[in-house]
Design a protein around this ligand. Structure first.
Ligand code: ADP
Ligand code: MG
Length: 614
């Protein structure tokens, strides 16, 4: 090992450009160099393991497959050593002297195009090995390739255009990288800092990673193992570790695929809904990995927003490790992974509901909101999400639910639409005036208890080519009910009453007519506004959105009801009280329809009526 042995080389032009930016940039995420070096070390070990399968003659073959990191805060260095595949002289020139690999190559190409401020570009690409020059004033690489005839080499550079290679004796197999830290990067020579960085990014690396002799990665990347090898206990433990969770997982999906994309993933549904008490949590909790090395714990844009209640990991060997947060959303590959995963997860829930309805229903109670949110916001998956909806209906027992599919299977041949009614509870829907006609016609009606449900229904639009319709709309074609019975008000009086009432109500009612859909209730209003029900109007108002002007309602009367018959008499015998009662009937109907906006005027009217009649 003599001085004359040393060969000087210039970096290839692309590398020089990349280095220039790396060294001079103000890039804040400097710690990623640790991730890059440790993952290179782990790659080198993995490559060696493959060679060990086919080759028997391997240099230093008794060395264990591990990564050793040591820090020295007096010398201000950090050293990363692996007993992996190592590099020959040619490898050194090719791998550390040119840009052959994906991340840095894309970076260099973007530089050529002169896009944006260069310091942003680092964040967008990551630069693999060269990222070490963000923190290093110089770097020594000692390496010995696995071949028995190979020699040991020392590569060295200060990152400023040149590097040197010399032959050295006494090297062990693999690669040792000594990073001489810049003054301002001395934090990376502190054991505690390095430990926490490695724990963050490299917890799941398959080979032991030791920092100053202490093994750090004790958790296994169970998502890359085959399902049959993992016990429930391991699944549960992993959930608590990865998701930092206190509860037990409700259920999980362990899913792997190779084509079209390599995916290993483990998705968990928690027991508790963290947003139940109103804390909104907008971060995604499915961490993105590339070959067990963390890319991002909360990748935005990977999964649709409604899936934020899902926890776990997804790993794809097809991803470049140094894809960064900023470029992730633009990456087609990331989007593809997200779509495959979302589809698979929905399928998993559908199957769960079939196999174990009870546990699906407890999930639905706790997390149904996210599914509904998905239907209104995720167009791609709306249709499949629709299968997950559950509602009570006029045919279910209280507390039991039905799917849209089952509803359709029960429809009679001539029923063309799916009906629903919104109300505060089962009792209030069943006491209201709208259900009567459906009941007497034996038509099932879905019960919606939450304001958003109607919104969801309008997004679903139709199911198996059957339109979804609110049962309080005008013009529903139902068979007539008992309203034509003998005890009904005579026809001529019906007409007179309608005419008179229209005058009393004025503009606020578009039409007054006798109804075919009432049995026990005296009257109801139907909305002429098919695009917006009273409830949606309320939701939009609450969200401070512009609400289209209210369209007048239509009032329908039950000619067999005694109150309507009495009203008809009052019209001629005591018009004053008749008017008051008429106005009150309208307001009562508005209450049932959820349309009454100002109850105060009603209160004074009731006093008036009481005063005149009591
Ligand atoms: P990438 O890992 O994306 O290929 P890097 O810049 O991190 O890009 O590394 C460049 C190349 O240098 C690697 O592909 C590998 O061939 C070689 N290399 C880096 N570190 C090691 C190591 N510890 N052992 C063996 N080869 C290495
Ligand atoms: Mg690398």
């Amino acid at each position: 090992m003599s001085q004359s042995n040393t060969q000087k080389h210039s970096f290839n032009a692309d590398v020089t450009k990349v280095l220039d930016i790396v060294v001079n940039s103000l890039y804040t995420d400097k710690e990623v160099f640790v991730r890059e070096l440790v993952s290179n070390a782990s790659d080198a070990l993995e490559k060696l393991r493959h060679i060990q399968i086919t080759e028997s003659e391997i240099f230093d073959n008794n060395l264990s497959l591990e990564v050793n990191v040591s820090t020295d805060d007096t010398a201000n260095t950090i050293t990363i050593q692996d007993f992996g595949i190592g590099m020959t002289e040619d490898d050194l020139n090719e791998n550390l002297g040119t840009i052959a690999h994906s991340g840095s190559k894309a970076f260099a190409e973007a530089l050529k195009e002169g896009t944006e401020a260069a310091s942003n570009l680092i964040g967008q690409f990551g630069v693999g090995f060269y990222s070490v020059f963000m923190v290093a004033k110089s770097v020594d690489v000692y390496t010995h390739s696995w071949g028995l005839e190979s020699k040991g080499y020392h590569w060295s550079s200060d990152g400023s255009g040149e590097y040197s290679i010399e032959e050295v004796e006494g090297q062990r197999r693999g690669t040792k990288i000594v990073v001489h830290l810049k003054e301002e990067a001395s934090e990376f020579s502190k054991e505690e800092n390095i430990k926490s960085i490695i724990k963050r990014y490299s917890s799941y690396i398959q080979y032991p990673v030791n920092v100053n002799g202490e093994k750090l990665n004790t958790v296994q990347a169970i998502w890359v193992r085959s399902k049959s090898e993992v016990t429930d206990e391991e699944y549960k433990e992993f959930y608590k570790f990865q998701a930092n969770a206190w509860d037990e997982p409700r259920f999980w999906l362990h899913f792997s695929s190779d084509a079209p994309i390599n995916i290993n993933s483990l998705l968990y549904v928690p027991t508790e809904n963290p947003e139940k008490f109103g804390f909104r949590h907008s971060e995604q909790d499915v961490a993105l990995f590339c070959k067990k090395v963390l890319i991002d714990n909360h990748p935005q844009g990977l999964l649709p927003e409604w899936m934020r209640f899902v926890k776990g990991v997804v790993d794809s060997a097809d991803l470049p490790l140094n894809i960064s947060r900023e470029s992730m959303q633009d990456s087609q590959l990331v989007q593809k992974i997200g779509t495959v995963l979302t589809k698979r997860f929905i399928k998993f829930l559908v199957e769960k509901a079939k196999k174990d309805e009870e546990s699906y229903l407890t999930f639905w109670k706790e997390f149904g909101h996210y599914i509904k949110e998905g239907i209104t916001s995720d167009f791609t998956h709306k249709e499949s999400l629709t299968e997950l909806l559950r509602f009570e209906s006029s045919l279910t027992e209280s507390g039991k639910t039905t799917t849209l599919k089952d509803y359709v299977s029960r429809m009679k041949e001539d029923q063309k639409e799916i009906y629903y009614l919104l109300g505060g509870s089962r009792e209030s829907i069943e006491a209201g005036p709208y259900l009567e006609a459906f009941k007497s016609n034996n038509i099932e009606v879905l019960y919606l208890y939450e304001g958003v449900d109607e919104f969801v229904m309008s997004h679903v639009g139709q199911y198996e080519e059957k339109k979804l319709l609110s049962a309080d709309q005008e013009g529903l074609e139902l068979e007539s009910t008992s309203s034509n019975s003998e005890d009904a008000l005579p026809e001529n009086e019906q007409e007179e009453l309608c005419k008179w009432l229209k005058e009393v109500y004025g503009e606020s009612v578009s039409e007054v007519k006798m109804s075919k859909r009432l049995v026990d209730n005296p009257a109801l209003v139907v909305s002429k506004d098919k695009t917006m029900t009273a409830n949606m109007r309320r939701i939009m108002k609450a969200m401070n959105q512009d609400v289209p002007q209210e369209i007048p309602v239509q009032l329908e009367l039950n000619p067999s009801h005694s109150l309507i018959q009495k009203l008809s008499k009052l019209r001629t015998e005591n018009e004053d009280i008749g008017k008051l009662v008429a106005l009150q009937v309208l307001d009562n109907c508005r209450i049932s329809a959820g349309l009454l906006e100002d109850p105060q005027s009603m209160v004074s009217r009731i006093y008036d009526i009481m005063d005149k009649t009591v």
